[in-house]
Design a protein around this ligand. Structure first.
Ligand code: ZN
Length: 246
């Protein structure tokens, strides 16, 4: 009996591993897509910084044109001063010049602020582009690691499936039926460790009688909480090797 449970443990080990392999192969494209999206997000951020920078430069260009027009206006007014005929006209032109000078000084201040903003934005764009470049390298590296992993998983899968067939032939029919029945409902993890009357899968405390029976290992018993096959084990099912590595 205990021997049969050991074989079941081996079977579960393989099933978990197969699950992991199939899961990875099945989701490989999703992993790649997630990486591509991450990279696209970084690219978009850099592009947005570029748009902001271009906008600021355009704004500065417009302000510079305004300033130029203002200066031309002052020059015209100054020329007009020599041609005016009345005092009133003279005063009016002087006032116009004064107002334009005030406007120009405001525009100059705005242009100075824009220079600062452009400097800052140029730095932000540089940072965003550097980040994107780094991200691109990282994504390529991760993709190549994933591709290697996929290759290993695809090579391992048929081998592990074959091993499973070998183990299946060693499991008594009634054990296998119970095991498969539980797996169909609960997933690959059909066995649960029992330590000090506590199921390590659902943490239900099992009755003393049941605990003793599991200790003896004379019958195949399932946990009253999670319905998994109980195996008395002080240690993890899998020791030494990590079934999730491939
Ligand atoms: Zn349980």
């Amino acid at each position: 009996m205990a021997k049969n449970l050991e074989i079941l443990e081996q079977l579960q080990e393989l099933d978990l591993r197969l699950d992991r392999l199939r899961n990875f192969i099945g989701h490989y494209q999703d992993f790649i897509q997630a990486l591509d999206e991450e990279r696209a997000g970084m690219k978009l951020r850099a592009e947005e910084e570029k748009i902001k920078l271009d906008e600021l430069k355009k704004m500065k260009g417009r302000k510079e044109l305004d300033l130029k027009a203002g200066e031309e206006h002052i020059a015209k007014c100054s020329t007009r001063l020599y041609a005016v005929k009345t005092n009133k006209e003279y005063e009016g032109t002087l006032k116009e010049i004064g107002e334009q000078k005030h406007k120009n000084s405001e525009i100059e201040t705005e242009i100075l602020i824009l220079y600062d903003q452009i400097d800052q934005e140029e730095q932000s764009l540089k940072d965003a582009r550097n980040k994107f470049e780094l991200e691109e390298k990282e994504v390529e590296q991760k993709k190549s690691e994933l591709a290697k992993k996929l290759e290993r998983a695809e090579a391992l899968l048929p081998r592990e499936e074959k091993s499973r067939e070998g183990i299946l032939s060693l499991v008594p029919k009634d054990f296998l039926e119970s095991y498969i029945f539980i797996q169909e409902r609960l997933g690959a993890r059909a066995l649960a460790r029992l330590i000090d009357k506590i199921c390590q899968s659902c943490f239900r405390v099992v009755p003393s009688q049941m605990y003793n029976e599991v200790l003896i290992g004379a019958n195949l018993l399932t946990c009253p909480g999670c319905n998994r096959i109980l195996v008395h084990r002080e240690t993890e099912f899998l020791t030494g090797k990590d079934i999730f590595e491939f």
